[in-house]
Design a protein around this ligand. Structure first.
Ligand SMILES: [Zn+2]
Length: 325
């Protein structure tokens, strides 16, 4: 009985040993001939192999954050997806090519500062500091237009000519008329970031209407018109989410320029607006929770480039959403 058990034990030990040796051998051959490599896809299409997914992705992220002078950020229409696989060691990787392809799908947003007169852009400079210096110098020189000057932060896909501080001062300087009876005004020129600093207290919290929010236009005056919300640059088709829980009170086409618009009422006169959508994914009367999908972003209505225009209104008056997000 004991002998039989011993024989059986010896046989199974032998079997396990052979099995382990075989497994090691096969693993050895695989490691020798193959290596883990990432298959890369863009918009579902296979575009090549990457040896170092992390490095490639870091490079793409850095590019998105905006490198180079005046670049605020880059909006990528196509981002790669990766799939790990084992391939023969001599497979050709093409990270450079993949990166260039991703880059080609990007829209570059530039940031600069406009000096406006009566809310109309006169010229642009590259930094807020330069704009401030120019305005201060015009004040010191007693230029006739100092009280109508303002500085506006701008994001644009086009970068126009940027002036140097001195050029800006020379271009904007306006001699005061001698006949003027007005006392030299000492009031502050409205040098603001086009950001209103105040708004009523709203006893609720708001989340961003899109993931990875990148502001492409702030609340405030632009091109002489009041911009009643905050714009987030996103590719068409990006999910737009309810910013706070509420009830959908409008979901459809707005001919006033908002394009496909969703309005959510949150009670106590508080409403949020989501404009320029490509597709609406909710219906009037629907109760939504914060973060619930309500639309797909787009470029409908009076819109120049795909984005989500977001407003927070209290009793019909729009306040700067950045104060609440
Ligand atoms: Zn807008």
């Amino acid at each position: 009985m004991i002998r039989r058990t011993l024989v059986a034990l010896r046989a199974s030990v032998k079997f396990i040993a052979i099995f382990i040796i075989a497994a090691l051998l096969i693993t050895g051959i695989i490691v020798f001939l193959y290596k883990p490599i990432y298959e890369v896809y863009i918009d579902g299409e296979f575009v090549g192999y990457s040896e170092d997914k992390q490095k490639l992705q870091e490079r793409i992220n850095a590019y998105q954050e905006g490198e180079g002078e005046h670049v605020a950020f880059v909006l990528l229409d196509s981002v790669p997806t990766y799939q790990l696989c084992m391939l023969k060691k001599d497979v050709v990787t093409n990270d450079e090519e993949i990166f260039n392809r991703v880059k080609e799908s990007g829209t570059v947003y530039y940031k600069y500062y406009a000096i406006a007169m009566n809310n109309e852009d006169q010229l642009s400079v590259s930094t807020f500091q330069e704009a401030q210096e120019a305005v201060n110098e015009l004040k010191a020189k007693n230029s006739a237009n100092v009280d109508s000057l303002s500085i506006i932060e701008r994001y644009s896909v086009e970068l126009g000519e940027l002036k140097q501080t001195e050029e800006a001062v020379a271009a904007l300087y306006n001699k005061k008329k001698v006949s003027s009876t007005a006392v030299v005004s000492s009031t502050n020129t409205s040098v603001a970031n086009s950001r209103s600093k105040t708004g009523p207290n709203i006893a609720m919290s708001f989340r961003y209407p899109v993931d990875s929010p990148r502001i492409s236009s702030r609340f405030g005056t632009r091109w002489g018109r009041q911009h009643a919300g905050t714009d987030f640059a996103v590719p068409t088709g990006t999910n737009v989410y309810a910013s706070a829980p509420g009830t959908v009170t409008f979901a459809g086409w707005n001919s006033g320029g908002y394009g496909y618009l969703v309005i959510i009422s949150h009670g106590n006169g508080v409403q949020t607006y989501y404009a320029h959508n490509s597709k609406i994914q909710c219906t009037v009367g629907q109760t939504v929770s914060a973060g619930e999908l309500i639309a797909k972003a787009g470029n409908t209505g009076r819109s120049y480039g795909s984005h989500c225009h977001f407003e927070i209104r209290v009793n019909g008056v729009a306040y700067n959403p950045e104060l609440y997000l």
